[in-house]
Design a binder for this molecule. Sequence first.
Ligand code: ATP
Length: 514
Amino acid sequence: MSQNSDEIFKKVISHSKEYGFVFQSSEIYDGLSSVYDYGPNGSLLKNNLKNFWWRSMVQLNENIVGIDSAIFMHPNVWKASGHIQAFSDPLIDNKDSKKRYRADVLVEDFTEKLFQKAEKEIKKAAARFGDSFDSKLYRKTNSRVLEYESKAKSIMKRFSKALKNDNLKEARQVIIDEKIKCPISGSTNWTEIRHFNLMFGTKIGSVADGANDLFLRPETAQGIFTNFLNVVKTSRLKVPFGIAQIGKAFRNEIVARQFIFRMREFEQMEMQFFVKPGDEKKWFEYWKKSRMDWHKSLGFKTQNYRYHDHEKLAHYANAASDIEYKFPFGFKELEGIHSRTDFDLKQHSKESGKKLQIFDPEINDNFTPSVIETSIGLDRMFLSVMSECLDNEILEDNTSRVVLRLPYSLAPNQAAILPLLKKDGLPEYASKIYDNLKFDFQLVFDEKDAIGKRYRRQDAIGTPLGITIDHQTLNDNTVTIRDRDSMQQKRVNSDDLNKIIRSATSIEALLKKR
Ligand code: ATP
């Protein structure tokens, strides 16, 4: 049965809660808006995603090192980086519904609908023409498709230009001219657009002592720039090289919706890659491709990923492209790849008075490297993985099962240990197996309910292997091992379990795919 995207998204949210992946923060106090906690299965999955990213970056690249910098930073960092001045969203209110929106998101959603209309035309034609249909040619030549696409592009261009020139009147005019409606009231009765800074302020020290105003970092990148000299000196790195880190970031998102897609406290996995000035174009292309390959190595549907090259650039960038994923609510940014030029290092040099440069023996002089950044939101990746993997499979006997088809090496638990009955010494034997394997694997031990029900429970949290201990085990030390996806069972000697689980679930196979 096909479901609409709204239903799919609701299922992802309710499944995340029901099976201990994601909870609303402070739920017993009615929750804190756009802040979420990860439960027992969610935190395991999140750690596996982090591990996959960290090892892909730091372990597999001899010229990338990792750091872990503090969330609190000197207030001048944000002056130098331009965040105090320019890290804001353009907000607009609808006077009828009294709802507040990000003007850029309103326009993006509007143009996305035009692109979707074009896609619908192509799908309709494909159904009409059958096998002989050439979708590339149709996209290039059909007048309706061309019209939708060119309209969407020209709206985005006009709007981006207005924002780039900080011309908020013209940006608003785009919304008026295109008759973009408030999704709640359906009206086009809009206020002016205003800027709103996204950084959370806080204070250090007691107020009486002359407290210092601080900000919670809105991105992890600045901790990399401020440690640039420390890392260069202690790691003996030569350009090109990268510094990676995973950490929390905070943004006072006004229009924070869509579950863990847009949060006020979230986690980023960022890597800044330092290159010789002039080489940035080459390395920008390199990382753009490399990051897309990384996403695709997960084996998800390739049509769910696409690039979106930016017209409107952040204040520090000279090129930017997003890797977008098709979330249940449409294609949205999952990761950003930015060519940040030498902006940050130069700004910090100016503000701190320290020379953030490298010596180049070839030219016998110091230079400021240019930077390519790759920045992915861990929580957004988590959401993409949940959306992609949650499946309601119809079985041959017309019953169905909910299965979370996580890549085996990312699942919260690698295997479930299941004594068939809660008697006859089976739980004790199963415990021994559990104790033998627990040093190498994250396991679940489950002895409650009928075995079929327990298999379903493990399917729903994505556990790749179910290991059942029955009466035969007591005689010959063999167990049944059930594979999540095929549901096939086979009998194996329990002495071989370590090898079998490792070969099915190790992350090495995933890392080698790239
Ligand atoms: P958006 O346009 O969606 O607000 P952005 O362009 O501001 O995102 P970046 O500043 O490039 O995002 O941040 C890098 C990555 O951090 C994003 O690709 C996204 O995955 C993640 N991210 C940014 N803001 C949030 C948020 N509020 N909640 C969760 N993840 C976020």
